[in-house]
Design a protein around this ligand. Structure first.
Ligand SMILES: C[S@@+](CC[C@H](N)C(=O)[O-])C[C@H]1O[C@@H](n2cnc3c(N)ncnc32)[C@H](O)[C@@H]1O
Length: 364
């Protein structure tokens, strides 16, 4: 019983690929039997998981994507005794559960959103997988947890997380502290090299800046509902009612992509020196001012890897991701041809059609 990993670029590691294919097949069987709506997890994760794997094609799609990420993340360390894997920003944790199913000795999950770690515990139990640690918090909390528990991470990975981390530079700088000899592999759907994705994400940015969200079932409790410009205005006015309307409007505009603490620091600096906050260079990117969660931060993967190199990582590379098993027939056909193109082209060109990008680096 094996699982067809589809047209994806895989590392030359036959044992890992065979084991991954078997692990995916077992996960496919287990996950197909679960009705996520019956589980005692948040409505947010029920909706999120259902969108991902609510159909059989969706399940295959997701397993192929996670198999791609895990294959490159684990390639150089697979077989190492006591291998320790951290899924940072794991959310529901299904990717790390596949890592556990694969037989990785120590699997840790972390997330800044506490309910997701509770949900992940429920899911792991349902899948009969014993996850070693569930860590709640941001970068410093995770580092502290690792220190307290004397844990050295060998491999850190995630999917669709790096585009949400508020200060990605802080994350990059902190990464060498997660372990003494660490490999990273991160995948992100915020692939701005693909013009269709770029257009879609920029339209989401503009909308979220200006328009209040409708609260529907499955809303993530930590996500703000109001338009981000409204929230920034309220944050400023709460402490600085004395600003004149013109300055206030300018500061609201210039603090796009800033969290509450940085917004207020910008206003204080303006009052002290008359210098207005410096607008981020990205043209539409924005984050939730209450918690810094980016609305799909569009970052250049090649530039990101340069930042990792600056803190000591080497052998970095960028890969273009693949289409798993799209739902509609027309997309399946297009996905097949796109995958062939992505596979044969260098990543820079492949990314133009790819659904996501991925980055790798190692340090020792
Ligand atoms: C789009 S979800 C992706 C979840 C999961 N990795 C997946 O494969 O679907 C992004 C996750 O990153 C988490 N996150 C965002 N910023 C974070 C941070 N600074 N530290 C830890 N987790 C973070 C969010 O809470 C959320 O669960």
């Amino acid at each position: 019983m094996s699982f067809n990993l589809g047209i994806i670029n895989l590392p030359n590691n036959p044992k890992l690929i065979k084991d991954l294919s078997l692990a995916c097949a077992r996960m496919e069987k287990k996950l197909s039997k679960i009705n996520f709506f019956d589980l005692n997890i948040t409505e947010y994760n029920k909706k999120y998981i259902n969108q991902m794997i609510g159909t059989h094609d969706g399940l295959i799609n997701t397993l192929r994507k996670y198999a791609f990420v895990l294959s490159w993340a684990l390639d150089k360390k697979y077989g190492k005794e006591n291998l320790t894997f951290l899924d940072y920003g794991a959310g529901h944790g299904l990717m790390s559960m596949l890592a556990k199913e694969l037989g990785i000795k120590h699997v840790l999950l972390s997330d800044i959103f506490p309910p997701s770690m509770d949900d992940a515990k429920v899911l792991a139990k349902k899948l009969n997988l014993s996850i070693d640690h569930f860590i709640v918090g941001d970068i410093p909390d995770t580092l502290e947890y690792l220190k307290q528990n004397n844990i050295n991470i060998d491999v850190i990975s995630n999917y669709d997380t790096i585009e949400h981390i508020y200060k990605i530079e802080d994350f990059i700088k902190a990464l060498p502290m997660f372990g003494s000899n660490i490999n990273y592999f991160f995948g992100s759907g915020a692939n701005g090299s693909n013009p269709f994705i770029d257009k879609k994400l920029r339209s989401i940015h503009k909308q979220i800046e200006r328009i209040d969200k409708e609260v529907k079932e499955g809303h993530k409790a930590s996500d703000s509902v109001k338009a981000y410009t409204t929230i920034r205005r309220e944050i400023i006015l709460e402490k600085h009612q004395d600003l004149d309307e013109k300055d206030l409007n300018q500061i609201v505009r210039l603090t796009r992509g800033k969290r509450k603490d940085d917004i207020l620091r910008g206003v204080e600096e303006f009052k002290r020196s008359g210098n207005l906050p410096i607008e981020i260079s990205e043209s539409t990117d924005t984050c939730d001012p209450m918690n810094g969660n980016w609305a799909e931060h569009i970052m250049d993967p090649f530039e990101l890897n340069k930042k990792f190199e600056k803190v000591g990582f080497k052998n970095t590379f960028v890969l273009a991701g693949f289409y798993g098993k799209p739902k509609k027939l027309i997309n399946k056909i297009a996905g097949f041809f796109f995958n062939v193109y992505i596979k044969v082209m260098p990543p820079k060109l492949g990314l133009k059609l790819a659904p996501y990008y991925a980055i790798y680096g190692e340090i020792n």
